[in-house]
Design a protein around this ligand. Sequence first.
Ligand code: GN1
Ligand code: MG
Length: 371
Amino acid sequence: MEETKEAPAAVHAAAARFDVAGPVESIREQGGGHINSSYVVTCATDGGRSVRYLLQRINTTVFTRPELVMANVRRVTEHLCRNLEGSPDLPRRALRLVPTRDGEPWVRATDADQPWRCFEFVEDSVCLLEPRTPDDAREAAKACGRFLADMSSYDGERMDDVLPRFHDTPLRYEQLDAAIARGLPERLDDARLDLAFAEERRAGAGSVLEALASGAIPVRVAHNDAKISNVLFDAATGRGLCVIDLDTVMETSSLFDFGDLVRSMASGRPEDERDLGSIEVQRPVFVALVDGFLDGFGGVMTRAERELLVEGARIMALQQGVRFLADHLVGDVYFRVHRTGQNLDRARAQFRLVDRLEARRGELGAVAASR
Ligand code: GN1
Ligand code: MG
């Protein structure tokens, strides 16, 4: 998290559009994601109390139709709040949007304005960038599993496809092909072995989508970016509270969420780890992820979904590796980098995890079947 003494005027102007409790006292940038920009806004109330909000600018390069994102965010937050109605936990278990002063759910983009939205801040919570212990991983997986379970009772309007074919792995391969065709020559040269690794796995890349298409596994309202930094934890107890970053919620598969949890946590190494030898599926973390996920979602999960858990993890690590690699080849236009080559390192770390998941498929599958 970065402290900024003076937030840019645009952030202040955006904050002023929302129906907050009182005058803005301070605005601090909140780092973390690769996509949106987030700010913690502190407002003073008449009673001398401070109330905090999370103000976010939606990245319209990624989310070209923010109105669809916000329609989904409203559907999800309203459904979760209805499920929790009457519970004292509600403010910390479900995100709540703060309307604009005109009663709109968000500030629409205009020629002069970027799209902005504002949430009530979930107090006494912490966001973890990586699990400190397998317990953290278990709690994150449980919160994500519970989200899938909670959304299984959703029967409102169909969710919009904000990012069509977001987890379509064969499409990600087509995008890799396009990146190769216009890639930076020296980057293409450096990535020869990585491209060969991806190529060897192209044929099996559609496995989860095929299971969805055939009806073998059900379509679910899933989070689609399930990782520990998208879960809030209770600062006092360390228990998972709720999932955040609802931009990618769409009707897809639970396996993408389980897969993302594994690909982002199982190695215990940073996403851009360069010491590939240190990347291994940590069995205690994997067990904790399975246990937490089943704890949250097991009640509604089908047998076919359970049988594909490890394949879901493999597909998500493979797909993310392909996405990082493609972005590296074209000069880092999508995933924000802090140093040259970071997206290539990220891709290699994902591919190494794919390799380990394949090598240990039987053993890990037995864990998923036995819990
Ligand atoms: C992006 O911005 P962030 O970290 O929430 C990406 C995910 C990737 C992730 C990889 C909309 O998420 O799909 O898994 O980076 N989100 C989008 O770190 O593309
Ligand atoms: Mg995200």
